[in-house]
Ligand binder design. Structure first.
Ligand SMILES: [Zn+2]
Ligand SMILES: [Zn+2]
Length: 143
């Protein structure tokens, strides 16, 4: 599965089975996406590969450590390594093919925009759930 930013400069590929998506409705994800929520998935380190454009990536971090990586040419959010480099955070709007994707969870529903009506698919959490719990929920190969 390949993905790219709006200008096409940043390109990447994901291999293997992917986990379910989540949307975060917190105020920071709303700002950085310019919308009601982001939409992302976490993939394993070995599943992710850059194809082009790493030199176009800029990073912004808040004092608390929350960070956003984006293409400096077009402004699209782009993947970044997370959890001590053990995984990659991937904004799913960049993917070329969404046929395999499935929504698993909504985070920070307690602080969503007043006007937003959240889709039925996915488990709702008022804030950030426990990370292991979220991983279990999003994993598609679980028994
Ligand atoms: Zn771009
Ligand atoms: Zn968020």
């Amino acid at each position: 599965m390949q993905g790219h930013c709006l200008c096409g400069g940043v390109r990447f590929e994901i291999s293997g089975k992917v986990s379910r998506l989540y949307q975060c409705h917190c105020s920071m994800c709303r700002r950085v996406s310019g919308s009601s929520a982001n939409a992302a998935m976490i993939v394993g380190r070995g599943q992710f590969e850059w194809l082009a454009g790493e030199e176009l990536i800029e990073r912004y971090a808040t004092k608390s450590g929350w960070q956003s990586h984006f293409c400096r040419r077009c402004g699209s959010p782009v993947p970044n390594s997370t959890r001590g480099e053990s995984a990659w955070w991937v904004p799913v709007g960049l993917l070329e093919d969404s046929a395999e994707l499935e929504l698993g969870a909504h985070l920070f529903v307690g602080s969503k925009a007043n006007w937003e009506r959240i889709a039925d698919a996915g488990v709702h959490f008022d804030e950030m759930p426990d990370r292991d719990e979220l991983d279990r929920l999003l994993r598609r190969d679980r028994v």
